[in-house]
Design a protein around this ligand. Sequence first.
Ligand code: GLN
Ligand code: ZN
Length: 767
Amino acid sequence: MLTQNLGYPRIGSQRELKKICENYWAGKTGYKNVLQVGKNIRHENWLMQKESGIDVIPSNDFSLYDHVLDHSLTFGAIPKRYNEVILKKGNSELDLYFAMARGYQKDGLDVVAMEMTKWFDTNYHYIVPEFYKNQPFKLFSTKIIDEFYEAKQLGILTKPVLIGPVSYLLLGKEKEVGFEKIDLIKNLLPVYIDILTRLDALDVGYVQFDEPFLTLDLSEKEQKAYQYVYKEIRKAFPRLKIVLATYFEGLGNNLSLISSLSIDILHVDLVRSPQQLENVISVLNDKTILSLGLVDGRNIWKNDFKLSLETINKATEKLGRERVWISPSCSLIHSPVDLTNETNEENLSSEIKQWLAFAKQKVAEVVTLKELASNEDPASTLQKLKANKLAIANRKNSTLIHNNEVKQRVQSLKSEDSKRLSSFSSRKTKQKGLNLPQFATTTIGSFPQTAEVRSWRAKLKNGTYSMEEYNTLIAEETAKAVKWQEEIDLDVLVHGEFERNDMVEYFGEQLSGFAFSKNGWVQSYGSRCVKPPIIFGDVSRPKAMTVKWTAYAQSLTTKHMKGMLTGPVTILQWSFVRNDQPRSVTCTQIALAIRDEVCDLEKAGIKIIQIDEPAIREGLPLRKAEWQSYLNWAVKAFRISASGVQDETQIHTHMCYSEFNDIIQNIADMDADVITIETSRSQMELLDIFADFKYPNDIGPGVYDIHSPRVPKREEMIALLEKAKAVIPSGQLWVNPDCGLKTRGWDETKKALIEMVEAAKEMRKAE
Ligand code: GLN
Ligand code: ZN
């Protein structure tokens, strides 16, 4: 029985990688320093895993920006537009790499970045490979070989990690018509063979091929591609020890395909899909080793050793100890790095801390599980099991977790609690009292979070400012924003969200059942890390969260002030969620808290309330068969949060980065009076599905892209609105930017919004 790890966080325990990369991009440090910091992190990770007792330690799991991009560079899948960056004198491979990741704008060259998208159902974003018909591949970067060699020099024979050839292709995007990306498999395979030949020459033992697509539905062509590549690899390397890693879902109907592949170790995710164990064992051929993914790589809870041991025993009974490995469920890049960095009792109490395990602790758990399963030292086994049992029981029974009132409330929910009083059409009539013009203008909520505003929060935290001083500054900033919105004649105003650090954290900090780490960063993309809240207990709202600032802003104007809330699904999706009850229950609890807030805002005289749900779509399960059940509870949670108000109160929702094609019915079922969406970058194409569906409620298609400082011209926005009007009746249309403006500067924000208001006025004139 061996232990393995599939991948370790590469940001460094103090986010060293972020800091050095950002300094490099700002021209404050040289590329050698970037490479050195990378090297230090790799060495630290390898040595730590070795000292912990992991038998099979990964390499090439490190990346300066993104591991998918690393592969594109390795395979020479470099779009032509970067040629000039390559050729430019003085540019290193690193400059090319970062140009692909972030774009390149220097010395007259202006090349856009490659697209980025979410890594399966995680909050990690990867750089999407770009594919062309008959595209050739060749070994361009030798990173994987170099890093294997580097570890070998340290005395560690690692297991290089490669994204498997089929998954690599499926992660990419066809950039021209007339071919399917999977057709490129014949061109791609020789590069893998080349890499493996070089690794073989360095005496590589195990090589890990990540093939997460094996947990999704596959076409026949894709299945054939799997058979083809693993047959060819085996043919070329009869003695190579192939680890095939699958994760994020069960293998389902791909089981028989997998059993036909000539591999040595199959890794399966038993956290996401514990029920697959028996089926997997039953199809395994009689030499293949099974790697049990038992320690959750996607969440922060301590492993339940007793449960894991039961699984291990089940597997060893059938397969024998020699054919069982123990492992985290997936790469640990989705976990924060090290719990021992959490020293602040105020952030994370010691009671909660004893329920948690971050990446470093998870590595130790994997090793301990092997120890317990071997039971070579019965006294120590007993003691470790006992301690674990105690922590698990302590969590289960903790008074911190349970709130009977909340549980009761969820149980006694009635169907009318998730329904507005009347249908949309009668609400729309009643909401005429709001006196809004056609093509009503609004924004999505946040205004620029300038360095100054952020510095106030920092000063509040470090004690330089008292709460009172801080509040005064925020109030002044809010008042300025309100006054300015009145001046430019926007119809529905917002308070600007200056008091909020983050749209989820702000609410989590005020809700019971949430905890926050101080250093629990997880890579989101490139140098960007997020620190998700930890939902550990029943969620309740001790007191109103947004009423004070919203009512204050409303008191400054006779126009409508829109209340601004984050929706239950988004709060759930962007947090570490408790694993002792279904996600749907936790979501419903959050929904009830938001519902109370909505009602309190209404009581305070707020007539328009927006509940942001940008994360609804990304919560979709990986397998389509499970979509409906997710959408049912997610939409219901939104409706619970929105349905406590009178018909006259107008509920908005907002979603960005979304494609609505296969979920339009569910979006309609949310029954928000107004939905604002991101559409400008797709030139309103995203609206077509709303038109085809005859979406009945009001829509605000974004008329300009807020991701860039560029100020759009009035004519461009009018052209977009004309396009919208061609497919959606103008009586249903609102006018707004794509998303919140917090990452923009005031200068461009002001100019753009003035143009936007004028564009709406032109549209009204033409009616
Ligand atoms: N109200 C939020 C804002 O304006 C919405 C952000 C989002 O959709 N991601 O910042
Ligand atoms: Zn948005």
